[in-house]
Design a protein around this ligand. Structure first.
Ligand code: NDP
Ligand code: GDR
Length: 374
């Protein structure tokens, strides 16, 4: 097919049946440079997919999480391509979809930081809410609404203010941040396009998932980096916000497997992915220090609460109200029974193993930085 014909945005040519189209295994990922995008790319390449990613232009490199996949191409032939784009640019999305002709689209791109969304509410709404609409409409503009399978990165932040735990597909939503509200729109527009246009569009309602590739300002990675740096004498103290928040933390690698499974079903649906276990932020701190044999003793209350190294008596954790949020989500605990039953999905990595992997990875990175400087 000529390049021009391939790039024709409207369905001017006859398409194969959706079944035939789907056999091609061509995936397009927005947010490919993020934590989940990198694990999902690995998974799909392993499964023999041709993978395309939308990448934002940046003045500095933003591909650190996927660089190894480029290098890999010298060893192992895989089909992996990046396209400059942005969820705020409709025309660009139409053009990319027309060029790539994907059989599956994973919409992982987002301003994904809850606290930042209070500072950048309009931008978060534009990218996380309208960005999803733009992508769905780009699929329709290309005439691929009955051919492309669409995954939307929905979130446990939709539950927000706790009404009941555990939370599952039937629990009502009550988002507590501009991020949560934007994702609420994205959830419903995905469902609406499924019902209105018979699109194969799924929401994965994913509870927190972490890894050594987690962004550095999310609480788990902030903790594991600090624990590594404190143990090496590079940092004195870790400053955190709400230590009493509870989260259901899993490993990102397990969760991208669930995303893929959702798009392999006969019918599109929405699924919760979670571990079914909940821990306090404070517990994540304790476990992280424990990996390095440091026991934390807590004293004080509220903003005066501190965590001391029980052996040395040094204060290694303090509360800084700067990290409090205008409205907080106190408790998230998922019930992944539907995903387990229908998708055959199950998390493999437990809480202790997740914490250990993250601390050890940050320790290794921090040590090699010292060696580089010497
Ligand atoms: P990250 O923050 O690690 O990655 C976000 C990705 O989105 C990055 O690739 C980023 O690009 C890209 N992005 C940001 N803004 C835009 C934009 N305007 N146009 C195109 N791309 C953009 O998030 P995660 O990988 O952790 O999460 C993936 C998705 O899943 C997100 O939508 C998040 O909201 C959602 N989610 C995450 C959960 C988690 O616990 N991790 C739980 C539930 C949902 P760049 O690298 O250039 O910044
Ligand atoms: P969350 O993750 O808001 O759940 O969103 P984050 O790790 O930012 O916060 C988890 C909890 O920890 C508390 N907390 C702190 N958080 C940060 N970032 N920094 C701190 O210093 C700190 N101290 C305490 C927070 O108040 C909160 O209660 C993540 C993102 O990946 C979203 O994109 C995703 O949708 C949800 O998980 C599910």
């Amino acid at each position: 097919m000529s390049t021009l014909a391939k790039a024709t945005p409207f369905a001017l040519r006859s398409l194969p049946s959706p079944e035939e189209w789907n056999k091609r295994k061509v995936a397009l990922i927005s947010g490919i440079t993020g934590q989940d995008g990198s694990y999902l790319t690995e998974l799909l390449l392993d499964k023999g997919y041709e993978v395309h990613g939308i990448i934002r232009r940046s003045s500095s490199f933003n591909t650190s999480r996927i660089n190894h996949l480029f290098f890999d191409q010298h060893e192992r032939k895989n089909k992996f391509e990046l396209h400059h784009g942005d969820l705020s640019d409709s025309t660009n999305l139409v053009y990319i979809i027309a060029q790539v002709q994907p059989s599956e689209i994973y919409n992982l791109g987002a301003q994904s930081h809850v606290k930042v969304s209070f500072d950048m509410a309009e931008y978060t709404g534009d990218v996380d809410a309208l960005g999803t609409l733009r992508l769905l409409d780009a699929i329709r503009t290309c005439g691929l609404q009955n051919h492309v399978r669409f995954y939307q990165a929905s979130t446990s932040e939709l539950y927000g203010l706790v009404q009941s735990v555990p939370q599952d597909e039937n629990t009502p939503f009550y988002p507590r941040s501009p991020y949560g509200v934007a994702k609420l729109y994205a959830f419903w527009i995905t469902k609406n396009y499924r019902e209105a246009y018979n699109m194969f569009a799924c929401n994965g309602i994913l509870f927190n998932h972490e890894s050594p590739r987690r962004g550095r300002t999310f609480v788990t990675r902030k903790i594991t980096r600090a624990v590594a740096d404190i143990s090496l004498g590079k940092q004195a103290c870790l400053y955190l916000g709400n230590l009493d928040a509870q989260r259901d933390w899993g490993h990102a690698r397990d969760y991208v497997e669930g995303m893929w499974r959702m798009l392999q079903q006969d019918t599109a649906d929405d699924f919760v992915l979670a571990t079914g276990e909940m821990h306090y932020v404070r517990e994540f701190v304790e476990k992280s220090f424990k990996v390095l044999d440091v026991k934390i003793e807590w004293s004080g209350e509220g903003v005066d609460e501190v965590g001391k190294d029980s052996q040395t008596g040094k204060i290694v954790v303090r509360v800084d109200p700067r990290y409090f949020r205008p409205a907080e989500v106190e408790q998230l605990l998922g019930r992944p029974a539907k995903a387990e039953r229908v998708l055959g999905w199950k998390r493999n990595v437990d809480f202790d193993s997740l914490v250990k992997e993250m601390v050890e990875s940050d320790l290794k990175a921090s040590r090699s930085l010292i060696e580089d400087q010497n």
